[in-house]
Design a protein around this ligand. Structure first.
Ligand code: MRU
Length: 346
């Protein structure tokens, strides 16, 4: 990739500010955990794996800058930072998974001492980052066999290098297929209201020189009817034990449309997106975001005042609409319940 979504710089976390793309490639230097949390909340960085990496780096940064030499106050202060990170966004489970990993190290501070804990926290954040790229590449290797020469592939939102530590999940599959010499066309929903499809996915694919056509979200069904879509490939923010999958709002509609038109629908996600404590998608918390994301475009009001706006950031696609879940281990097929348990414990 020609760009870095997120980077550990020792005294700061450097984040590619996705709110400004594609007009401007500008990096944000977050010098404390609060600014990392703010970057996640305001979607300067977004995408399930990427916000997990950002939270982990934010905690490592807070640890390194903490002046306490006593384990007690150090632990108390870092616990607050972990809590703050958990409050940033509710749906993507990768965030909580990454904070839990950091917290396990933090909880050994009495035995390890403050200095060693700081080192271990930094190492763990960097490990989460590196592992994510390796995992994405494995997802790509497994998923690429689903893509055929000449295919029209539809994707939604952004599940690419920008949504991860690098490479991507759904787009990682496309990058891997392209690198192998397969030639296909990618259709991208613009993804209202935050426009991750037209702004971010189209930008990424353009850089990779993969042909891309952007469509409004409501065009997808018509394109399927015309026989121009052979496969739908999306990412995920949280997958319940039965395979029900939370992803960007609009994913459910695509799955229903794909099923109606007999088009295979695949989800690409790492094991860190699995939440096996949840029996089904009904238990997945869905983030509702500010009304202004819908009522305004580019800072200008487009909706009349005095109306209600409903702006859920995600929806849940029931497992029966999903043909397969592509993970770093393999492509899992229904029934998902047993196999997802296997991938999580490995
Ligand atoms: O609100 P966002 O932009 O964070 O939502 C992102 C998505 O829904 C992605 O599809 C998902 O996180 C998978 S990213 C590999």
């Amino acid at each position: 990739m020609k760009f870095k979504t997120i980077e550990w710089r020792g005294d700061r976390v450097r984040i590619l500010d996705q709110r400004r793309l594609p007009q401007e490639v500008r990096y944000l230097d977050c010098r404390d955990a609060f600014s990392v949390a703010q970057a996640i909340r305001t979607m300067a960085i977004r995408g399930a794996p990427a916000i997990g990496v950002a939270a982990a780096m934010g905690i490592a940064l807070a640890a390194n800058k903490n002046p306490s030499i006593q384990p007690g106050p150090f632990h108390k202060n870092l616990e607050k930072v972990c809590h703050e990170m958990r409050q940033t966004r509710p749906t993507a489970v990768n965030l909580f998974w990454a904070v839990d990993r950091m917290e396990r190290i933090l909880n050994c501070v009495q035995a390890d001492g403050v200095e060693k804990t700081k080192r271990k926290l930094e190492e763990e954040a960097l490990r989460i980052f590196k592992e994510d790229i390796e995992i994405n590449r494995k997802i790509g290797e497994h998923g690429k066999k689903l893509i055929k020469n000449g295919d029209g592939v539809l994707t939604h939102c952004n599940a690419g290098a920008l949504a991860t530590a690098g490479y991507g999940t759904a787009l990682g599959v496309l990058y891997a297929a392209w690198a192998e010499g397969k030639r296909f066309h990618v259709y991208v929903d613009e993804t209202r209201p935050m426009l991750q499809g037209v702004r971010l996915t189209a930008w990424e694919l353009r850089q990779a020189k993969i042909p891309v056509t952007v469509l409004t979200d409501s065009t997808a069904g018509w394109l399927m009817k015309q026989g121009r879509i052979d496969l739908v490939m999306v990412g995920a923010d949280r997958i319940a034990r039965n395979g029900d999958t939370a992803n960007k709002i609009g994913t459910y509609s695509l799955a229903v449309l794909a099923s109606h038109h007999h088009i295979p629908f695949y989800v690409a996600a790492p094991a860190s997106t699995l939440d096996l404590q949840l029996v089904s998608g009904e238990e997945i918390p869905i983030e509702e975001r500010a009304e202004e994301e819908v009522s305004h475009i580019g800072g200008r009001r487009i909706a009349p005042k005095g109306i209600k706006i409903f702006n859920p950031a995600f929806d849940v696609t029931p497992y029966h609409f999903i043909n397969g879940i592509i993970t770093e281990k393999e492509i899992f097929r229904k029934p998902f319940e047993k196999v997802l348990e296997v991938v999580k414990v490995q």
